[in-house]
Design a protein around this ligand. Structure first.
Ligand code: ATP
Ligand code: MG
Length: 350
């Protein structure tokens, strides 16, 4: 079975972008794959070191995974800091990756802002830890939002460079497999990961600005719909969402240059499991005063059960911690197997 890995940072309130871009895909992938879903708490230190509510954030992301329908018995749900092999492999990848590769990362540029000198070294090295999260299990499929595409390309570059740099050691180790990359045959240790970024809302935008990604860390709560928002909160935010004065177009082409209309159409399509074309066939020619109430009803219908189940789970932190402990132990066993092989390939004496 293909191995799926993905992670979510415990950096704030989960929102509709996290749900549509990531968590909902996690749920759908469970039938035909072996899945590992991780609360990446080490990543949460990169932008801000001290978190007053780290424990409750970790539990709330875990609760969201479970509430959305992830099965922690058939699959593995865990938090990153319980598997120290992620950090060990990240160090090795820090020595594989090049400064120039990291400097091109748009997430670093966005998050570091103007004052780059004051960004943490961890924020700069973030993609290296992300590559380790995935490759420490030699996972092949990674469901993420569109914003993570560049980091997954970097993951492939890191895997490829490791494979080529250590080819002479990988071959006699017996741990490698023959793969072709493009038309180049390589005796590889790490597979080439495939990002899974499809769907009508791969990049959900802020409700206040259709050119900015909806984010946990956006200071304005009105910019996002949180999974924990109640029906009234969802209604208020959608009613206040920025739009232009025109009616919805009848075809997808008509959304060009209308980022807010495009965003709301995409959100509706994703929530209804339809395409934007379907949605515009239904609502083309209608004003937002008609479309927004329909969107509110749909969003409430999809999110209310998840919201209710999250609240129920959050009342029993002992259960959540037990899920993470169990998942952590199973993940550690897998990660240690890989690290034993990698230490051998590199030539560390044990
Ligand atoms: P932060 O602002 O702290 O980075 P975030 O909202 O970007 O928070 P992450 O934990 O970094 O959340 O990302 C978790 C997953 O959610 C990733 O797969 C990411 O691609 C996806 N994701 C995040 N924001 C969006 C969005 N606006 N649309 C679609 N997917 C998203
Ligand atoms: Mg992010």
């Amino acid at each position: 079975k293909p191995l799926v890995f993905s992670g979510v940072q415990p950096t704030g309130n989960l929102h509709l972008g996290n749900y549509l871009g990531a968590i909902r895909k996690f749920v759908a992938l469970q039938d035909n794959n072996d899945c590992m879903y991780c609360v990446v708490d080490l990543h949460a230190l990169t932008a801000q070191l001290v978190h007053d509510d780290m424990r409750s954030q970790i539990r709330s992301i875990t609760a969201a995974f479970l509430a959305a329908g992830i099965d922690p018995v058939k699959h593995i749900v865990f938090n990153q800091s319980q598997v120290p092999q992620h950090a060990e492999l990240a160090w090795i990848f820090n020595c594989v990756a090049r400064m120039g590769w990291m400097e091109r990362m748009t997430q670093f540029k966005d998050k570091a802002g103007k004052d780059r000198e004051r960004a943490s070294l961890g924020l700069f090295a973030y993609p290296s830890l992300m590559a380790a999260d995935i490759l420490v299990y030699r996972a092949t499929h990674v469901p993420v939002g569109e914003d993570q595409k560049q980091h997954l390309e970097l993951t492939r570059d890191i895997a490829m460079k490791f494979n080529l740099d250590f080819e002479q050691q990988i071959r006699p180790s017996g741990f490698g497999v023959d793969i072709t990359v493009g038309d180049q045959p390589v005796h590889a240790y790490f597979p080439m990961v495939e990002p899974l970024i499809d769907g009508p809302a791969p990049r959900v935008m802020s409700l206040k600005d259709g050119t900015k990604k909806m984010s946990k860390s956006d200071p304005s709560d009105l910019s996002r719909i949180n999974l924990m928002d109640d029906a009234e909160g969802i209604a208020k935010k959608i009613r206040k969402a920025k739009t232009d004065p025109d009616a919805l177009p009848s075809e997808v082409d008509g959304l060009k240059g209308r980022p807010e209309a495009d965003n709301l159409t995409g959100i509706y399509a994703a929530l209804a499991d339809k395409t934007k074309t379907d949605v515009l066939a239904e609502f083309g020619g209608q004003q937002f005063s008609v479309f927004k109430p329909a969107l509110i009803d749909l969003a409430v219908e999809v999110l209310a059960p998840i919201n209710g189940e999250m609240r129920r789970l959050m009342d029993d932190p002992g259960h959540i911690d037990a899920v993470l402990r169990d998942g952590g132990a199973r993940a550690r066993a897998r990660a240690e197997k890989t690290m034993t092989e990698i230490r051998d390939i590199i030539g560390f004496v044990r």
